[in-house]
Design a protein around this ligand. Sequence first.
Ligand SMILES: [Zn+2]
Length: 366
Amino acid sequence: MSVTECNGSDMTRNGGFEPVFCTIIPPHVLDRLAQSDDPARSGRARRTIQRDAYERTQRHLTTVAGAPAVALLADAEPGKPHRTVYDARNGTDLPGTKVRGEGDDPGQDATVNRAYAGLGATFELLLKAYARDSIDGHGLPLDATVHYDEEYNNAFWNGEQMVFGDGDGEIFLDFTNAIDVIGHELAHGVTQYTANLTYYGQPGALNESVSDVIGALIKQYTLGQTADEADWLIGAELLAPDVTGKALRSMKAPGTAYDDDVLGKDPQPATMDDYVRTGRDNGGVHINSGIPNHAFYLAATTLGGHAWERAGQVWYDVLTGGDLQQDAHFTDFATLTLKAARARYGDGDELQAVTKAWERVGVRTL
Ligand SMILES: [Zn+2]
């Protein structure tokens, strides 16, 4: 099987939705940690890489066996979240032991409570801002497993559920700490059910970028922030105190999120001038996503106010509108944002802000 970090669903091949597998920590970061001189550190990174590879294979086998990607609740009530949090108790069996269901009171474990809240915040943004009932638009139950494996330095969406590691405490902290990371992973589910962007090259970078955009919007919505108040960082709460950096990525200033002895330097470009051509990271999906990320940041901050309202609405319309092809390139996506802005808001500030944003990052529109 191909070793993709996040394999998208493919309706044409199987006649149905194939699960995706998406991790939050990009392979270039784990590869770098695995080469560390510190044997404990490199050992943990190798273990995380091995677990990721194993889980990816599990998803693949599930797909081949034809098992359904999702189990819908028969008694699901529209417009209400249906959350279940499980505890893997530092093992790797999924989903683990159920520890909190929908409507249950918070328990003693802060990790469980954060996962529950993060699933709820994602559901809330999709419903309140975009009238979308869960990630599939049809009330998909939201499941999460916490305390996956030991010192596991990642979190992932496997096409069916969220899974969170505790982090090693040295490089990464508990992966439920960052609500935008929870939102990022669940947004891969939204993409899976809508535009279904291929996870390679430019469509893959757009897939990654859409997840960062929705993740950032969930954080801003939860905090009640305007575009000017937001930090526009992804995973700011994930880095351990000794790491020299602010976050995993910066939408405001791609390439500046971290510069650390152990982690290396943030490789993201902000404009097409610095576009990275690489076969690694599925053709740089976590790298070149900096370009559409920065375009969204520019559009949202030019418009001001709540980013999920106008800029977010335009991006959401493109993702879900049916015109975005699976193999779309930056130019295709950018052109569709102009069309969506005009369709929803006419020839006003929105169209101008979006047009200028793509100009500034060097992406051509047609
Ligand atoms: Zn992702």
